[in-house]
Design a protein around this ligand. Structure first.
Ligand SMILES: [Zn+2]
Length: 118
């Protein structure tokens, strides 16, 4: 069996294509736009107790919350607290997160409903 010449294929790439992309720090959005995005997020699924995100299992909750980027800077969210609470007569999971980059806080509401899996 012959070895695949991986390294030699890189020699054919123009050195110009290998130049690093200049570093661009993540910039927070202008505050008016950020506030508008936060208002919109509050009326989307997961933004209020009356509109929770339905998940099949509690194990999906923190993964979903952390995979949703920050509304202000698109940075990664980190979970501060994951609590089971009874709000508006419903058993909900309330997940409080903060942005690892800009520190913006956000609250997600989830409802564990195994029936979603059917
Ligand atoms: Zn952020």
């Amino acid at each position: 069996m012959r070895a695949v010449p991986v390294v030699s294929s890189l020699r054919n790439v123009s050195p110009r294509k290998l130049e690093p992309i200049p570093y661009r720090p993540r910039q927070p959005l202008p505050s008016q736009l950020a506030q508008a995005r936060e208002r919109l997020a509050r009326i989307e699924a997961g933004g209020s107790p009356s509109r929770p995100i339905d998940v099949e299992s509690a194990s999906q909750i923190e993964v979903r919350a952390e995979s949703t980027p920050c509304l202000r800077c698109q940075g990664p969210n980190r979970v501060d607290e994951h609590a089971a609470e009874k709000l508006q007569g419903r058993a909900l999971r309330v997940v409080r997160v903060h942005c690892h980059h800009c520190g913006a806080r956000r609250v997600f509401y989830f409802r564990v409903s195994p029936a979603v899996a059917v």
